[in-house]
Design a protein around this ligand. Structure first.
Ligand code: ADP
Ligand code: ZN
Ligand code: ZN
Length: 663
């Protein structure tokens, strides 16, 4: 009997057995068409066997092994198995989620169509960009990475912004290419891929390079995936999903801005691409470079503890590091949220033809609309959140569930017609700047203005061509972009994140402000960063002014050790949603009782409502479990998860989040 065990995209943790007389061991990793219930489904063959536990009369036959695309390699499957096990997510769902959409569909992809994408490596441009001569620091780092090609070696590249990390990546890639190996480069955002892709293609014009991210058209995505799988693409750039790209000759992994929270998927299959990249490097015996100016404390802790190599770049290339100042706003009446000092600085930069960036991490016009006479605020009826006013569009928008409604003409509670926007978002700052600096060419860059495909490309061009004086933007702008004429960064409203309840808030704010500040002065002129704050003496701002990540990280780690937070413990969250809060809490209380029965060295806390206790009409609660031993936590989660799954039907939807970043 020839039995194939198939991974299907269904929410149960098992493989499905089918008879497949014509399948051979080479078909492991291959897609297969099978009957499933009353439908036909596409799955992936992950094992073969001579027997099955399914009684023969119930064992169905596979319809057809799909050999129109190459199979996943054994190493690719191995990573997926690890991920499914570690994050307690069904293997079938994991495997299928890594495939391009066209390969997940029952209708087979037509080859011709797949070839049309511009994923096929373009004709080579004339000459390659010459590599600059490395600084001694860079040379040392490159030598260390190259010395490790061919062996597993995690390396933290800790380099302040503009210290030339990208150049080190390019040299490492060159070495991997010379050794006949493929390189995988992960970046946190789609928006960052074109810039890097351009750099890579100019440096290696004869080397087939592809990108993999969710912004690609289906045909492109498939073509790029095929190029990675066949080994034709020697360099693969992508966002988190690219960590699963099939790469038969992988020799080097690079994760840029490794601290970025977008490497962690927030819903469904909640994996960390950064962490899986390290696992993949270990499985494949290749080095991995984790680059950042402000690494995650977990990563930094591994580096100072000697588990990762630590390479430091402490000098900037070009202009000296920007000067960072706090503007004390306690005793000033701000005009439209802007201080006089900031407005003056903006005027000066404009006069000298330089660009400036105003950073405010909130899109929309104002975070809430309120009634001055009775205190009514615009709340979402489906979420425990406020509706954000978007003014030019004239609508109230829930950023959590997507609910949209027109702003009421008068207060729904008291009838007062004088409703006022409270607080500032990017639209309001844009409007205020236009009023105060009537000649300024202002460009707002946030999720609303960059949503359209290709929008960001045009904006980048305008900035490059100096068609813009002032950028107003959210964290979209904080990351990695290189704007040579931008020399002033103003930061608004950072204080709101200083005293958040989340134990990672300070770490995030430090990283964010370092990144935003790093946008200033990347050309020849020294940049300046002005942070408006009511807490100018806060230690976080002091560390930021001194631009001393290590001082900040060492003290943050000491606090974490004392308080018993990661990286000194490992955590998982059991998240639930239910129509009623009581249902969710009851489910968690029962789960906690079950968990405490295991003698596991794992602490099971009590259920609590989630930070956002209601979303899209569902009540949310969570239960934290933690341990000082990662392997004990993993064993516990395996047993606990099975116990919960066996408990059967419940009105609460639940999911485990291993190594959660958000609480
Ligand atoms: P990071 O990634 O650390 O922020 P980049 O790699 O973008 O820094 O480098 C900043 C700038 O310095 C870039 O314009 C890059 O081309 C340039 N650069 C990097 N290394 C060198 C070097 N050795 N000599 C001259 N210029 C360099
Ligand atoms: Zn009112
Ligand atoms: Zn909502």
């Amino acid at each position: 009997m020839n039995v194939i065990r198939v991974a299907l995209d269904v929410p149960v943790e098992k493989l499905f057995d089918y008879l497949a007389p014509d399948a051979a061991t080479e078909d492991i990793g291959q897609r297969v068409l099978v009957p499933f219930g009353r439908k036909t489904a596409v799955g992936v063959i992950v094992e073969m066997s001579r027997s099955s536990e399914v009684p023969p009369e119930r064992l169905k036959s596979a319809l057809r092994v799909l050999r129109d695309a190459p199979p996943l390699g054994a190493e690719d499957l191995r990573l997926m198995r690890f991920a499914a096990d570690y994050y307690r997510h069904p293997l079938g769902a994991v495997v299928m989620s890594t495939l391009p959409a066209r390969l997940r569909r029952v209708v087979a992809p037509r080859r011709r169509q797949a070839k049309q994408g511009k994923g096929q490596p373009a004709a080579a441009p004339a000459a390659a960009d010459a590599a600059p001569k490395l600084t001694p620091e860079q040379a040392l780092a490159v030598a260390e990475i190259c010395a490790n090609l061919g062996a597993f070696r995690p390396i933290l590249l800790l380099g302040i912004t503009s210290s030339g990390k990208t150049e080190i990546y390019l040299h490492a890639i060159a070495a991997a290419l010379a050794a006949g190996k493929q390189s995988l480069v992960l970046v946190p955002e789609i928006a960052l891929t074109p810039q890097l892709e351009g750099l890579v293609e100019r440096r290696f014009p004869d080397t087939p390079t592809v990108s993999l991210h969710s912004g690609l058209a289906e045909s492109e995505r498939l073509a790029h995936w095929r190029a990675a799988r066949s080994g034709e693409a020697r360099i693969v750039l992508g966002t988190r999903l690219a960590v699963f790209a099939p790469l038969p000759e992988l020799g080097l992994i690079i994760v840029d801005e490794e601290q970025d929270s977008s490497f962690k998927q927030a819903e469904g299959f909640r994996y960390s691409a950064r962490d899986l990249a390290v696992v993949r490097a270990r499985q494949r015996g290749v080095p991995i470079v984790l680059g950042s100016a402000t690494p995650a404390l977990e990563t930094y802790f591994n580096a100072v503890g000697g588990r990762y190599a630590l390479l430091t770049l402490s000098s900037r290339i070009g202009a000296p590091a920007p000067r960072i100042h706090c503007i004390d706003t306690r005793n000033e009446r701000l005009t439209d949220g802007l201080s006089q000092r900031l407005l003056t600085a903006l005027r000066e930069r404009m006069t000298s033809g330089e660009q400036a960036l105003i950073f405010i991490n909130r899109r929309g016009y104002a975070p809430v609309l309120a009634c001055r006479s009775c205190g009514w605020v615009s709340g979402c009826h489906r979420c425990a959140a406020q509706l954000v006013l978007h003014l030019p569009e004239r609508r109230l928008h829930c950023h959590h569930c997507g609910h949209v409604s027109p702003p009421p003409a008068s207060c729904p509670d008291c009838g007062n017609a004088d409703l006022a926007p409270v607080g500032h978002g990017t639209q309001r700052v844009e409007e205020a700047l236009a009023r105060h600096l009537p000649h300024a060419r202002i460009l707002r860059i946030d999720r609303d203005t960059t949503r359209r495909r290709g929008a960001w490309h045009g904006m980048r061009q305008r900035i490059q061509e100096r068609d813009v004086d002032i950028l107003v933007g959210t964290q979209i702008l904080a990351k990695g972009h290189d704007f040579p004429h931008l020399n002033l960064v103003g930061v608004l409203n950072a204080d709101s994140q200083l005293y958040s309840g989340d134990f990672r808030a300070a770490e995030r704010l430090f990283a964010l402000l370092s990144q935003v500040g790093g946008r200033a002065g990347r050309g020849d002129i020294q940049g300046e960063v002005l942070i408006q704050t009511e807490f100018p003496h806060h230690p976080l701002y002091a560390a930021l002014r001194a631009q001393d990540y290590r001082a900040f990280a060492d003290s943050a780690l000491a606090e974490r050790r004392q308080a018993g937070f990661p990286p000194f413990v490992y955590q998982a969250l059991l998240r639930t949603e239910a129509p009623r809060l009581a249902t969710a809490i009851e489910f968690l209380a029962e789960a906690a009782r079950k968990g405490r029965k295991f003698d596991s060295g794992v602490t099971v806390y009590d259920p609590v409502p989630a930070a956002l206790p209601r979303r899209a009409g569902r009540e949310r609660a969570q239960l934290l479990v933690q341990s000082s031993s990662r392997s004990r936590l993993r064993d516990f989660l395996g047993a606990w998860h099975d116990a919960l799954a066996q408990a059967g039907v419940t009105r609460a939807r639940w999911a485990l989040d291993v190594d959660p970043l958000d609480f």
